[in-house]
Design a protein around this ligand. Structure first.
Ligand code: A3P
Length: 286
C-alpha cells in the first residue's frame, strides 16, 4: 500500500486526494438538520446513480441541479475535503453522501431526525466495478491482477474496509424507521418502482409523470451523456477513461463474466462466513 495515496483513519483506508484530517474533524462536528437525507454506500454500489436520483426526488423532478452542478457538489461528501466549502451553499432539504461505516457518523446524526438511504449491491459486482475503478482512477492503488484484487477485497485491504463490516454496521444501526435499504439490483430491474419507494420514504408525493421523467434522466445512457455526472469535468490525470469509463457497464451480474468457479467458491465462502449468525439475510444468493 502506498502511504502517499492513502491514509488510515479509525482502522480504515481513505484516499488522501479526497480526505484530510481537517475534513474528517469537520464532519465529526457537523450538525445534521432534521430534513437532511444521508445517502450511504460502500464504494461502487450505485452512489453516483443516487446522487442523480435524490436531488430529483427531493425537488419534484426539477432538472436544474443535475444539469448545472457536478454530482460531488450537488450531493456532497460528508467527510470530503470540499464539504466545509460547499455545505453552506446547499438549500434544504439537503442530500449528503458518505462511504463510511455507521460508527463513524457524527453525534448529530443520532439526535436529528435526518433520514438515511443505504444502497447495497451484490458484492461480486461491487468487486468487479471496483477492480476497473482502481485501473482508471489515479488516486487509488493499481489493483494488480483480478485474483490479487479479490484477496485484497475479501481481507478488507481496500478503501473503506471490508464490504461485510460496512453492511453489518449499517444493518445494526439504531436508526429504526429513519433508514431505508434499497439494492442496486432493484433499481436496475425496475427504476420507477425504486423511485416510488424512495419517494414514499422521503414523504414526497410524486406524480407518475414525474416518476417517468426522473427515470428517463437517471438512466445509464442519460447519465453517461450528462457532463455533470459522468466525471468528464475531471482531468485525465485523475480519471483516465481510456482505461475504463466511470459509468462503465451499469448492469447487474457482470461478475459472471469475470469470476472463475474457484474464485466464486472462495468469494462465497468468505462472505458467508463473515455474515454467519447475522439476523439479516442478503437479498441475492451468493
Ligand atoms: P459498473 O462499474 O459495474 O458499471 P459508485 O457510484 O458507487 O462508484 O458505483 C459505480 C457503479 O454504478 C458503476 O458500475 C456504474 O456504471 C454504476 N451506475 C452508475 N449510474 C448508473 C445507472 N444510471 N444505471 C446503472 N448503473 C449505474
Amino acid at each position: 500500500m502506498s502511504s502517499e495515496m492513502y491514509m488510515l483513519y479509525g482502522g480504515i483506508l481513505l484516499p488522501r486526494e479526497t480526505h484530510s484530517s481537517e475534513s474528517l474533524e469537520f464532519a465529526q462536528g457537523f450538525s445534521f438538520k432534521d430534513d437532511d437525507v444521508l445517502l450511504v454506500t460502500y464504494p461502487k454500489s450505485g452512489t453516483v446513480w443516487m446522487q442523480e436520483i435524490l436531488p430529483l426526488v427531493l425537488n419534484g423532478g426539477d432538472l436544474t441541479s443535475i444539469l448545472t452542478i457536478p454530482n460531488w457538489d450537488r450531493v456532497p461528501w460528508l467527510q470530503g475535503k470540499r464539504f466545509a466549502v460547499i455545505v453552506d451553499q446547499l438549500t434544504s432539504p439537503r442530500a449528503l453522501v458518505t462511504h463510511f461505516p455507521y460508527n463513524f457518523m457524527p453525534p448529530s446524526l443520532h439526535t436529528s431526525k435526518a433520514k438515511v438511504i443505504y444502497v447495497m449491491r451484490n458484492p461480486k459486482d461491487v468487486m468487479v466495478s471496483s477492480y476497473y475503478f482502481h485501473q482508471m482512477a489515479a488516486f487509488v492503488e493499481d489493483p494488480g491482477t483480478f485474483d490479487e484484487f479479490m484477496d485484497k477485497f475479501l481481507e478488507g485491504r481496500v478503501l473503506f474496509g471490508k464490504w461485510t463490516d460496512h453492511l453489518k454496521s449499517w444493518k445494526q444501526s439504531k436508526l429504526g424507521d429513519r433508514i431505508m435499504y434499497i439494492t442496486y439490483e432493484e433499481m436496475f430491474k425496475d427504476l420507477p418502482e425504486g423511485l416510488r419507494n424512495i419517494s414514499d420514504f422521503l414523504g414526497r408525493n410524486l406524480s407518475e409523470e414525474t416518476i417517468q421523467k426522473i427515470t428517463e434522466h437517471c438512466s445509464f445512457n442519460s447519465m453517461k451523456a450528462n457532463n455533470m455526472s459522468n466525471f468528464s469535468l475531471l482531468p485525465k490525470t485523475l480519471m483516465d477513461f481510456d482505461k475504463s469509463p466511470f459509468l462503465r457497464k451499469g448492469v447487474a451480474g457482470d461478475w459472471k463474466k469475470h469470476f472463475s468457479s474457484e474464485q466464486l467458491a472462495r468469494f462465497t465462502s468468505v462472505i458467508r462466513k463473515e455474515l454467519e449468525g447475522e439476523s439479516f439475510s442478503l437479498p441475492w444468493s451468493l
